[in-house]
Design a protein around this ligand. Structure first.
Ligand SMILES: Nc1ncnc2c1ncn2[C@@H]1O[C@H](COP(=O)(O)OP(=O)(O)OP(=O)(O)O)[C@@H](O)[C@H]1O
Length: 272
């Protein structure tokens, strides 16, 4: 169960609830490489939580632990107040954690609409057998799924490309379609893997606005990893900073910005 007793309202009027996910003393090794060293942090319901750090800091590894791609050798993951046993990524997705990928993972030959519909798969209860013998139920489900998807298409302003094969879209729009597909799952936590990577300034501004609007409009909890410190500071409620697999900062953007260890890491000052 989620404990919302210490929820609060932000300056811009959003409600931040209790801790929805807690990472406790996570260590992840690849052979001799320690990608994550004894890191703990939490994610609160309704917040935008960033994990930042220079190249090789361990951000992707951490995102992959959250989404079940990697199971850490040490430490525990708590989700909605319960210890999460080691799980496969599809089981984590079924628990309501959706993600996007740094290297866009869409079906290039399929239309925007069909790509976004694949985000509804976890919500399709009528199996193939039911669809064969009980057409009505499957049809009702299809209509309900389409409603969710249409709302997202409107929201992300992609009506005009709904029938376009994804392979023909420019990079920035592909990223938006990927966001739409993840949102179609109506996730409890949305994980964004470097959502602004490879974008020009205008595309970055658009994506920032959509991330803020998604959080505001749907109340979606968002955890994102990002290499570039600048782009997440205006977006995030709280930021974890990683460097060489360790957590070197955790707090509000202002707290993190004035943290000397963080400044050193980004300037490339050497340390042990
Ligand atoms: N599958 C893997 N096998 C072996 N080593 C890995 C693997 N994945 C990551 N590592 C190592 O773990 C460390 C952390 O890598 P990770 O990709 O998590 O960092 P990152 O902060 O996401 O970096 P970037 O910003 O460059 O994507 C690095 O030293 C990396 O080489």
């Amino acid at each position: 169960m989620l404990d919302n007793s210490d929820s609060y309202v932000t300056e811009d009027g959003r409600t931040i609830g209790g801790v929805v996910m807690e990472m406790k003393n996570i260590t992840l090794r690849f052979g001799g490489v320690v990608a994550i060293k004894d890191i703990s942090f939490d994610i609160r319901e309704g917040e935008i939580r960033a994990i930042i750090g220079p190249n090789g800091a361990g951000k992707s590894s951490m995102l992959n632990v959250i989404s079940g791609f990697y199971n850490p050798q040490e430490g525990d993951v708590y989700y909605k107040g319960a210890l999460r046993p080691p799980m496969k990524p599809y089981q984590v997705a079924q628990q309501g954690i959706a993600r996007t990928f740094q290297n866009i993972a869409l079906f290039e030959g399929m239309t925007v609409l069909d790509n976004i519909m694949t985000g509804r798969l976890n919500h399709m209860k009528a199996g193939l057998f039911a669809q064969a013998i009980w057409k009505g139920k499957a049809e009702a489900e299809e209509v309900a799924n389409r409603e969710v998807v249409e709302k997202i298409i409107d929201f992300l302003e992609i009506q005009s490309i709904r029938k376009t094969p994804v392979g023909r879209l420019p990079y920035g729009l592909k990223k938006r379609v990927e966001l739409a597909r993840a949102l179609a799952a109506e996730p409890s936590i949305l994980l964004l893997d470097e959502p602004m990577a490879g974008m020009n300034v205008e595309e970055k501004e658009d994506m920032s606005r959509f991330i803020l609007d998604v959080n505001d409009e749907f109340g979606t909890t968002i955890a994102l990893i990002e290499h570039d410190m600048g782009v997440v500071m205006d977006l995030s409620d709280r930021v974890v900073v990683m460097d060489y697999g360790k957590k070197i900062g955790d707090g509000t953007p202002d707290e993190v910005r004035s943290n000397q260890a963080v400044i050193d890491a980004y300037l490339g000052v050497s340390h042990d």
